[in-house]
Design a protein around this ligand. Sequence first.
Ligand SMILES: Cc1ncc(COP(=O)(O)O)c(C=O)c1O
Length: 889
Amino acid sequence: MVHEHINIDQIFSLSALRSDNWRHLLGVSRKWVSGKVDMAEVKESFTKLEPMEMLHAYPGPKLVAKLSKDLVEERKDAFTALVARISFSILTRYYKEDPNEWSLNPEDGHGDSFNSAGVHRPYFEVLIVAPDRVHNVERNVQALLSQRQKDDDFIYEPLVVHTFQDAFCAVAVNNNICAVAIFDGFDFTSRLPVPQLNRTMGELHIHADEDHIGLQLASVIAEYRPELDLYLMSDQRPQDITEDPRSVCLKRVLYAVEEPTELHYAILEGVRDRYETPFFDNLKKYAHRPISTFHALPIARGKSVFKSDWIRDMGEFYGKNLFMAESSATTGGLDSLLEPTGNIKKAQQKAARAFGADHSFFVTNGTSTSNKMVLMAVAKPGDIFIVDRNCHKSHHYGAVLGGLYPYYVEAYPMKEYSMYGAVPLLAIKKALLNLRAEGKLDRVRAVDMTNCTFDGHVYNTRRVMEECLAIKPDLVFLWDEAWFGFAHFSPFLRPRTAMGAAANIEKWMRTPEALQAYEAQQAELGQQASDEVLLNTRLIPDPRQIRLRVYQTHSTHKSMSAIRQGSMVLVKDVDFVQIEPQLHEAVFTHATTSPNQQLIASMDVARRQMELEGYGLVSNAIQIALDIRHQIKTHPLISKYFKVLGADDMIPAEFRQSGFKDFLAPGTNWSDAAVSIRDDEFFLDPTRITLVCGTAGYDGTQFKTLLADEFNIQVNKTSRNSVLFQSNINNTRSDVAQLMRVLLELATRADNELAHAGAEGLKRFEERVVSLMTDVPDLPNFSHFHDEYRSDIGGKPSVEGDIRTAFFKSWDTSNNEYVGLFSEECDKRLKEGPPMVSAKLVIPYPPGFPIMVPGQVISQEIIDFMRKLDVKEVHGYDSSLGLQLLKLK
Ligand SMILES: Cc1ncc(COP(=O)(O)O)c(C=O)c1O
């Protein structure tokens, strides 16, 4: 095994490296016991561990000192036994539950307020940042510890560091930290080498602020992990602190010498606030109350299930609580999702806080419904919205239901993999400028994009919004972040979420530099800048004019611990007072009047989890993804047949302005990624892993079926020659190991088969690979809406169209006609007309984007693409009838 040298600023890889290195130390010390290595080797291995252990409360100074002593005094057996215990405890996390794990002699017990009498209390760590060798700090820590009681709701352990950089590293790598107490006056620079951190801090312009180092640290931590509670222990005058705008990120300021009791209670209270799940807590109480139900939900309380001879197994399978917690009542504190005033409202407020929004709304019918609700709420019939043609079908149907006119813009194609990337900003700006030239800007309500896309393309949300706002300052943005809800809990991805970017724009707007930058650009551009110039300029909006109006939808169930269909709408809209009544109506239009209680509760709980451990879980999901990518790339046999697409394969160089290539490119580290995230037009979400399987002779669907049927591995989506894996907060290193084992088995199988295939077999294999990888159909762009569904101005065909009229026209069957896809008539009509106009939204799976929408004229490219499609599932197309068309007037 490779025993890697650890630098504490290696953020993503550290958790895994930590346990690997303990295991390595254990291996070496066992060899020491049996005389195979000398003490120097053990010492080297132990010394390498120390910097990382400094950032964790466990094993802590007492156990580490004992190890050092045993090592120096060559007590081989004692040293090895303790290493074994600590290593196992870190791996299994026993130290969080068992006080004995902290003792020099396990039999002695921890001697204080740890878990007792079998009651599980969640464990966390409090980072204490304080000057070194200051006597009263040590006294304060001891005083804090002495406050802990057996009946506290949670257990915590302190972790003390003495410099700004160590504190930053601890916050970055220690997932147990839930609160930070900062005693002013510590040093900036770590005594350990932190080259990556130095570089990134340089990039982010973080320098020592000698006078206010405590506040500076607090503001940096708040930016990195906003969910943490920050306490400043100071002896400055309160006004000196509150005058500094950075103080807004503090939960409390306490007078260092006086307040250990207050600090203790504040820490517990802060964690309790995140822990409390208003709806779920009440639902649990409700479930255990004696209740007779006379409403229409016989399954509630489960009597008809558990007493049944025939369906009792359902009760046994799901467990009693599911039925006890079922209710259609909105009384008894259960609140109403459609008109929340009690604990659902509180749960939603907490979710808004957790995801950095002003408001949040729980939706129990998936993001499919959230999207329709938002579109209907923010726009009225006849309004235009600029939308990725390749977006989820809920947006197209949202336009149909709300009467919006979609102005379709195209993502860049990735023809070789039969998928699309994301929509270049240039296309969005062009759309806005075209609409402006046609005098329609007042009808343009929203820009609606998918962030990230199914395949992981993440927009530079801030830049898109800023440049669009420079053209129309009151535009609404809908970011469909169905897949990306978790991203808020990664400091790297958060700035690229809708809410993260909106927060940054909001902050920027308030600075004097914003207006200066705007005015400087205006002076340069002049009044009459051409569209050409505007397209080629990174536009700066007028901060005085901006109405920041941002909506994000996410499928909580896709990336967090919510039950299927749990979705949220997040809002940061300065004009929300006008939208709120409309959103209400939209909710009434689309939401069920019988929302599922378990679903609502699961969203409440998903929020709790993300606020308390989301950072660690998301870091782990990213680490797992990087591991998978690395292992596939470097394995000689697996990489012969399979390839994971890197950022450079998924995003053309013109959209990676920083020059970032890929996570695995030689010499790349997370500070390069940080720069790419800040500057590049698109960034690849590392957790979405496209594996090319066409090179092994499998098409996507075939490979997906093989993985599922033979190996019980489920994948997310397929394309003609690839499958998409997604790592999430549920994955462990065992999943990585299993995936690698399976890929190795399949690569070995392919190798053996080819070895015995003979010349003819080899030729067939190569032809198959060429057909999958090279002979791929062109992806058809959106053609245009037919004249009947457009209102052109000045003879110039409009891009946006009346999809709603076209959609409902087919309801009258006399308006429909059918033409066979492979028929001569189809070819004839393409050449000679009359044009064929689709009655339907036609979506093949894969690739899953609509190749026709109602009212769209069908082009030769669309027919060519459909004829080459070899997929079974094509929504909106019945091969026995042919293409469903709208008759023309
Ligand atoms: C981009 C996008 N938006 C919305 C949805 C719909 O989300 P849900 O399944 O939560 O209804 C999906 C589903 O795959 C999607 O890919």
